[in-house]
Write a protein that binds this ligand. Structure first.
Ligand code: NCD
Length: 305
C-alpha cells in the first residue's frame, strides 16, 4: 500500500506519470466519471482549508466516488482527546482512502504507520504540502511546456510556507533550475531545506529581500502569503505581512513569457489588478489541483480508466 506524505515518496517517473494522467483526464473527462464508483474518500481536516479540501472532494466526485469527513478538529473526536492513530484506524474502516490536514508537522506520517488505507498528506503544519506541489508542477508544465531549464522566484514566507518546502524538494530533480529566494531576513528558507535540499543537490540559488531586482530574470514567480497562524506574536506578523506586494507597476519588470503563481489564499501580496494580466496563472493553478488529485486518488487506489 502506498501513501503520499512527502513529495519524495514518489519517484520522478511516478510524478511524470501522474502529470500525464492528469492531462489525459483534462482531455477526456467523461472517460473517468465512473472509475472510482463505490469507493469512498475521507477528508480529515484538523486545520482550516477551502481549496484543498473541496478540491479533493470535487476530484473524488468527478471520479464517481463518494466523500465523507470533517473540516475542523472541534467537530471530530480529537476534541474529546482521541489520538490521530485511533482516528485513522476508525476512519479506515469506513473509507478506502484518507486525505488529512493537520497543524502538527508529522501527523500524517504517523497516521500512515497505522492506517489500513492510503493516507494523503494535505498539509502538515509548516512542513510540507505534496499535493499542492503536484498542482504546481502540472501548472508549470502546462503553462511553460517544461519542468527543466527555468528560473523560479519564490517570494514571501519561505520559513513557514509548506508549499514552498515541497515545491523546492520536487524541483531538485529537474535540470538547470535556478532558484531566486525572495524573503525578509526573518522569513528566509529554513536551513534544513537550504542545506539538505538546495545545496546538497547542487541547485543554483540566490537569496534576496528585493523582489524588483530579480523579476526581469524569472520564468516563474511563485508568490506566497505570510503564514499568520504560525507566528508566535501578532506584532511580528503585522510588521512582516506586507513585505512584498506585487502590483501592476512591478509586473512591468516580469518578462512577457513568465507566469505568476500563488497557492492561494491571497491576502495582500498580489494586487487584484494583476488578475487580468494573462501571466497571472493562479486561478488556472486551482483548476489543475483538482485534476492532479484525481490522478493521485486513482494511483493510490490502483484503479485504471
Ligand atoms: C496553502 C496551504 O494551506 O499551505 N494553501 C493551499 O493549500 N492552497 C497556502 C497557504 O495557506 O498560504
Amino acid at each position: 500500500m502506498r501513501h503520499l506524505i512527502d513529495i519524495n515518496d514518489f519517484t520522478t517517473e511516478e510524478i511524470e506519470q501522474l502529470l500525464v494522467q492528469a492531462e489525459d483526464i483534462i482531455a477526456n473527462r467523461a472517460a473517468y466519471s465512473q472509475v472510482c464508483r463505490g469507493k469512498k474518500l475521507a477528508t480529515l481536516f484538523f486545520e482550516p482549508s477551502t481549496r484543498t479540501r473541496l478540491s479533493f472532494e470535487a476530484a473524488m466526485y468527478e471520479l464517481g466516488g463518494n466523500v465523507l469527513g470533517f473540516s475542523e478538529a472541534q467537530s471530530s473526536s480529537a476534541s474529546k482527546g482521541e489520538s490521530v492513530s485511533d482516528t485513522v484506524r476508525v476512519v479506515g474502516c469506513y473509507a478506502d482512502i484518507i486525505a488529512m490536514r493537520h497543524p502538527k508537522e508529522g501527523a500524517p506520517l504517523l497516521a500512515s504507520k497505522c492506517s489500513p488505507v492510503p493516507i494523503i498528506n494535505a498539509g502538515d503544519g509548516g512542513h510540507c504540502h505534496p499535493t499542492q506541489t503536484l498542482t504546481d508542477l502540472l501548472t508549470i508544465r502546462r503553462e511553460m511546456g517544461r519542468l527543466s531549464d527555468l528560473t523560479v522566484g519564490i517570494c514571501g514566507d519561505l520559513k513557514f510556507g509548506r508549499t514552498v518546502h515541497s515545491l523546492i524538494s520536487a524541483l531538485k530533480v529537474y535540470s538547470s533550475i535556478k532558484l531566486r529566494l525572495i524573503a525578509p531576513e526573518e522569513l528566509r528558507l529554513p536551513g534544513y531545506i537550504r542545506k539538505d535540499v538546495v545545496e546538497r543537490n547542487g541547485m543554483e540559488y540566490a537569496e534576496t529581500d528585493r523582489l524588483e531586482d530579480v523579476m526581469p530574470e524569472l520564468d516563474v514567480l511563485y508568490m506566497t502569503r505570510v503564514q499568520r497562524e504560525r507566528f508566535f506574536n501578532e506584532e511580528d506578523y503585522i510588521r512582516l505581512k506586507d513585505s512584498f506586494i506585487l502590483d501592476r507597476k512591478k509586473m512591468k519588470l516580469l518578462p512577457e513569457k513568465a507566469i505568476v503563481m500563488h497557492p492561494l489564499p491571497r491576502v495582500n501580496e498580489i494586487s487584484v489588478k494583476v488578475d487580468e494580466d494573462p501571466r497571472a496563472s493562479y486561478f488556472r493553478q486551482v483548476e489543475n489541483g483538482k485534476f492532479v488529485r484525481m490522478a493521485l486518488i486513482m494511483k493510490l487506489l490502483e484503479v485504471q480508466k
